[in-house]
Design a protein around this ligand. Structure first.
Ligand code: TXA
Ligand code: MG
Length: 348
C-alpha cells in the first residue's frame, strides 16, 4: 500500500495526518468527524472554538460546503484553485461548528501540492487542516519543522506523516472573505489583492472596499499581531540600513555583556540577519538567509525564523522586501514577527 492510501485509511479511522501543501504543512483530519478534528486542536494546543480551513480536491464539491456563493467566488476558484487561496463562504446546511468555530461562514481551499491532491482525491471528502505547528508558533514549511513540534503529539500506529519536501510558496494562503457583495482580503498571501480584484471585476462585482460589509465580519485569529512571532526579537530594516543595524546590535551586545559577551560570541552569534543575496554579512552576525528574490524570501522566511530560535539568537534583523506581489505577504508576516504586542493579543 502506498503512503497516500495509508493516509486515507488513517483519516477513515479517526486518525490525524501531517501532509504537505504548496503553502505550509497541514495537520489534517476528516472534516466531518468531530472527534478527529478535536484531536487536531489538542495536538496543536489550540483553544477550541477557532475555525479551521477545510481542504477540498476541487471546486466541484463547493456546493456541499457553501451556500449563497457569489459569482466572483466561483471565478476566484476557477482562476486560482488548486492553489494558495482560501475562500470564506456562507456555510452550507450541515457544516459543523467544529470546523467553523461556530461562525456562519466556512473557510475552503483546494491545495495544489501533488501529495495533497492525491490524498484529497482518494479520500473523496473534505479534510480539516490547519497549519501543522503548535499554537502561536510559525507555520512549518518542512516535515522536520512539524516533527520538532508535534512528534510527541502523534500516536504511533494510528497517525501518519507524509513528506513532500519543502513547501514551494512558504507562506500561508491568501484568505478572502466572500460573504459580502465584494471580496475582502483577510490575510495576504501569494495571490495578491490586485489579482483578487481583477478577477472579481470580471464578475461585475463592485470594487472591494466599496461593497456592503459582510453581515458579521469574520474573526481571523491568524491575523493577530503576534501570531507568527519567533522567540528572538525581530527588527525590520530597509535594504540600505540592515547591515549597519546588525553591526550596531553586535557592538551593543558586546558592550552590554563585556567579557561575558565575547565569551558568548565565541560559542555563537547573538544577532541574525535575513537579507537579499549580494548584501554582505557584518562580522559577528549570523546570516540566516540570502534570498535571490521575493519568492525565495517567502519560501525561506519561516525556516530562517526557526533557525534563529534553535540557535538561541537574541535578535534578527530582517530586510523588508518591496511591497509588490508576494512581497506584501512577506512584509505582513515580518511585521507580525516583529510585533512587541504579544501579551495584548488574543490567543490562536
Ligand atoms: O495555507 C494555508 O492556509 C494553511 C494550509 C495548511 O492550508 N492553513 C492555515 O490554517 O494557515 P490555519 O488554521 O493555521 O489558519 C487558518 C486561518 C485562521 O486564521 C482562521 O481564523 C481562518 O483561517 N479561518 C478559517 N475558517 C474561517 C472562517 N470560517 N471565517 C474566518 N476565518 C477563517
Ligand atoms: Mg496556523
Amino acid at each position: 500500500m502506498d503512503v497516500v492510501e495509508r493516509a486515507v485509511q488513517v483519516l477513515r479511522r479517526d486518525g490525524i495526518i501531517v501532509y504537505p501543501t504548496e503553502t505550509v504543512y497541514g495537520l489534517g483530519a476528516d472534516a466531518s468527524n468531530q472527534a478527529a478534528v478535536g484531536r487536531i486542536y489538542q495536538a496543536k494546543g489550540r483553544p477550541s472554538g477557532h475555525p479551521v480551513i477545510v481542504h477540498l480536491a476541487s471546486a466541484e464539491s463547493l456546493p456541499q460546503w457553501a451556500a449563497r456563493i457569489p459569482d466572483y467566488a466561483y471565478l476566484l476558484a476557477e482562476e486560482y484553485w488548486p492553489g494558495p487561496l482560501t475562500l470564506v463562504l456562507h456555510r452550507a446546511a450541515g457544516v459543523g461548528d467544529h470546523v467553523t468555530g461556530g461562525l456562519p461562514a466556512v473557510g475552503l481551499r483546494c491545495p495544489s501540492h501533488p501529495v495533497a491532491q492525491a490524498l484529497l482525491r482518494q479520500f473523496g471528502a473534505g479534510v480539516a487542516a490547519p497549519s501543522a505547528n503548535r499554537f502561536g508558533r510559525v507555520s512549518p514549511t518542512s516535515v522536520g519543522h512539524v516533527l520538532e513540534e508535534l512528534r510527541d503529539r502523534l500516536v504511533p500506529g494510528l497517525d501518519v506523516v507524509l513528506d513532500g519536501g519543502s513547501c514551494e510558496v512558504g507562506l500561508e494562503s491568501t484568505i478572502v472573505d466572500c460573504t459580502g457583495a465584494a471580496p475582502r482580503v483577510l490575510r495576504p498571501g501569494a495571490v495578491t489583492a490586485a489579482q483578487v480584484e481583477a478577477t472579481a471585476a470580471r464578475a461585475g462585482s463592485v470594487r472591494s472596499g466599496d461593497g456592503e460589509p459582510a453581515a458579521e465580519p469574520p474573526r481571523v485569529p491568524g491575523s493577530l499581531a503576534s501570531h507568527y512571532a519567533p522567540r528572538a526579537r525581530v527588527y525590520l530594516a530597509e535594504p540600505g540600513q540592515a547591515a549597519d543595524l546588525a553591526a550596531d546590535l553586535v557592538r551593543s551586545y558586546d558592550r552590554q555583556a563585556g567579557q561575558a559577551g565575547q565569551a558568548q560570541r565565541a560559542q555563537g552569534e547573538t544577532v541574525g540577519l535575513i537579507a537579499p543575496v549580494g548584501m554582505a554579512t557584518p562580522v559577528g552576525v549570523r546570516r540566516l538567509g540570502a534570498p535571490v528574490d521575493t519568492q525565495a524570501y517567502a519560501r525561506m522566511l519561516y525556516a530562517a525564523l526557526r533557525r534563529a530560535d534553535e540557535e538561541a539568537l537574541e535578535v534578527v534583523v530582517a530586510v523588508l522586501p518591496a511591497d509588490e506581489g508576494i512581497g506584501h505577504a512577506v512584509r505582513d508576516r515580518l511585521r507580525r514577527a516583529a510585533s512587541e504586542d504579544r501579551a495584548a493579543s488574543e490567543p490562536h
